[in-house]
Structure formats: C-alpha cells, structure tokens
Design a protein around this ligand. Structure first.
Ligand code: SAM
Ligand code: DTB
Ligand code: SF4
Length: 316
C-alpha cells in the first residue's frame, strides 16, 4: 500500500508546535497499537569491520582508524547462542548485521541462510542487515524465514552524497524494492545528526512514504560519534529533534513500528519516556548495538516497570 502524503504535508506535521505534535502522534499511536507495548529487539554483529564503504558515520568502514576489531563471519553456534540469550532476556526480534557492501560469497550467503533458519526456528522474528541484495538473495532469505530486512536511507537524497560516496541513493532504493518484491518486511529509517537540515529529514520521510511497499519498521537513530570517523565531532542530537522526528514518523506511518535506535544509551529515562509518548514502540536492548555500547537490559527493564511498558509478542 502506497502512502499518498505530500512532502508539504509532512513538512506541516514536522514543523507543528511540539506539544500538539506529540499529542497528535500519541493519539495516532493509540489508534493503531496498544500504546504500552514496545517491541524489544536484539542486535548482533555477525561480521564486523573492514567494510569497503565510506559511510561517514560508521566505525566499521575500512577507511577510518576507529579501533574496531574486524571479525569474519561468525559461527552458526555462536549466533544461535546469542539469539537464545536474547530470547531469554525478553527480545522477540533478533537482528543480524554485517559490515558488507553486499554479499559476494555464495558460501557466506548460505551460512547466513542457516543463521536465519536457526533463529526463525526459535520462534523469534528474524531481521538482517547485510548491505545490497540481488533479487535471488532476497527470495532465498524469505524462503529461509527472514521476517524483515533493515536497509536505512539514512538521510535525504540531497544530503546523502555528503555522507556516503561509494554507493548511491538509488542503489539503496533498488534494494528496498527487491526486499518488498520478495515479501520481506522493510525496515528502513535514518540517522539524525549527519549535518542535515530539517528539510532533509522531511525529505527522507517523504521518500519512505513513496516506496511501493511501505516500511514495517522505521529506525530513528541519533548519530553515535565514533573517534576516527569523519563525523567524530558531531554534537549530540537534541532530544527535541528526536521527539519531533519520532512523532512525525508515527503520524506519517500509523501502523509501522518506530524504533528508538542508536543514541538511546545517551538519553535519560525522562527523554526516552518522551520518545515513547511520541510514538516510539521498538528498541534495541542489550549492552551493545553493533560495535558501540547500548545501556543494559536491567536498566531497560527498570524503565519499562516505571512506565508500565510491556514487551510486544512476536508477530509470527
Ligand atoms: N552494511 C550494511 C549497511 O550499511 O546497510 C548493514 C550494517 S550498517 C552498520 C547498519 C546501519 O547502522 C547503517 O545504515 C546506519 O544507519 C547505522 N549506523 C552505523 N553507524 C552508526 C552510528 N555511528 N550512529 C548511528 N547509526 C549508525
Ligand atoms: C539501525 O537503524 N540501527 C542499528 C541497526 N539498524 C542495524 C545499528 C546502529 C549501529 C550504531 C553503531 C554501532 O554500534 O556500530
Ligand atoms: Fe559498511 Fe554498512 Fe558501515 Fe556503511 S554503514 S561502512 S556499508 S558497515
């Protein structure tokens, strides 16, 4: 289903007074979801570092000296142990990330398919983010039981070349199209704090709303500045900007999960609570994102208790 909203309409929502924006997004949220439910997801980096791409924010690019230790594709048993621990900690979605431009090796790909089958058999939703896909890879991932594929637009088409030069915005959109065609749920969002303007954020949401298959989940990341990357000196993203982006995404995509993603570890409980009120209903839990720290399960459980939030059940 396509969303016919215009860029101007998204701009009007985004620029509306913050309190009424939050009130509106909270209402939209309540109409589509049980508002006290949040999807808890765990990330695992199954292949780390030495990436050929030049994404200006990323600690895993081979071009920057960031101190991230490269690791080849993980063993199946290690991945399944990690998925099992994630499940025991209350996660219902397990997301495997790989620092690849794309999957070139058939052997690696088959190994990833085994991981997808194994995690799916545990009754968890399975997500992966492996770079660009071919049609054939998308169909085989679907067949193996993949629930969702994460592939972020990151920012607007206009700002994109200021952040990444080794692949194009259209490459990103092509992969999203392939994911949609294979009937895998699309998980796609962006990062705040890449030096973008408000208009860039609006433009990115409009591109997402124009996809032929709409995203099922939309990660809103705040830049985690990593020493050695071109964006190492990025200032902290204002919580008001996070809330505004989350609320706008909630209104534009009433039935999508809006995921409060990277940057959450730097937010206070009160700031996170505002994001949940504005319509965020998914988080990454666990002490690590892919390579950077991410708070603790205990702290998340405590915050959920305080706010009366419960973990969403898996959809499949
Ligand atoms: N290599 C694949 C790709 O780029 O599609 C998958 C892994 S990549 C690390 C997944 C996403 O992590 C990126 O698209 C970006 O949105 C996010 N990310 C990476 N580094 C980040 C950082 N320092 N702060 C916030 N988000 C980041
Ligand atoms: C997404 O939007 N955020 C996650 C997930 N999708 C793969 C990744 C965040 C990575 C933050 C930097 C790191 O830990 O390496
Ligand atoms: Fe590679 Fe993905 Fe990092 Fe870009 S974001 S450098 S493609 S791992």
């Amino acid at each position: 289903m396509k969303n016919n909203i215009t860029r101007e309409e998204i701009g009007e929502i985004y620029h509306s007074p913050l309190l009424s924006l939050i009130q509106r997004s909270a209402e939209v949220h309540r109409n589509s979801f049980i508002s006290g439910e949040v999807q808890v997801c765990t990330l695992l980096s199954i292949k780390t570092g030495s990436c050929s791409e030049d994404c200006g924010y990323c600690p895993q690019s081979a071009r920057y000296k960031t101190g991230v230790e490269s690791q080849k594709l993980m063993e199946l048993s290690t991945v399944l142990e990690s998925a099992s621990a994630a499940k025991a900690n209350g996660s219902t979605r397990f997301c495997m990330g790989a620092a690849w431009r794309n999957m070139k090796s058939e052997e690696d790909f088959e190994h990833v398919l085994e991981m997808v089958r194994g995690v799916s058999a545990m009754g968890l939703e399975v997500c992966s983010t492996l770079g660009m896909l071919t049609d054939d890879q998308a169909f085989r991932l679907k067949e193996a039981g993949l629930t969702a594929y994460n592939h972020n637009l990151d920012t607007s088409r206009e700002h994109y070349p200021n952040v990444i030069t080794t692949r194009t915005y259209d490459d990103r959109l092509d992969t999203l199209e392939r994911v949609g065609n294979a009937k895998i749920s699309i998980c796609s969002g962006g990062i705040l704090g890449l030096g973008e303007s408000h208009e860039d954020r609006i433009s990115m949401l409009h591109t997402l709303a124009s996809l032929s298959v709409l995203p099922e989940s939309i990660p809103v990341n705040a830049i985690v500045p990593v020493k050695g990357t071109p964006l190492e000196d990025s200032p902290r993203v204002s919580v008001w900007d996070m809330v505004r982006m989350i609320a706008t995404a909630r209104i534009v995509f009433p039935t999508a999960k809006v995921r409060l993603s990277a940057g959450r570890a730097e937010m206070s409980d009160v700031e996170q609570a505002l994001c949940f009120m504005a319509g965020a209903n998914s988080i990454f839990s666990g002490d690590k994102l892919l390579t950077t720290p991410n708070g603790s399960v205990a702290a998340d459980n405590q915050l959920f208790d305080i706010l009366g939030i419960s973990a969403m059940k898996p959809a499949n």
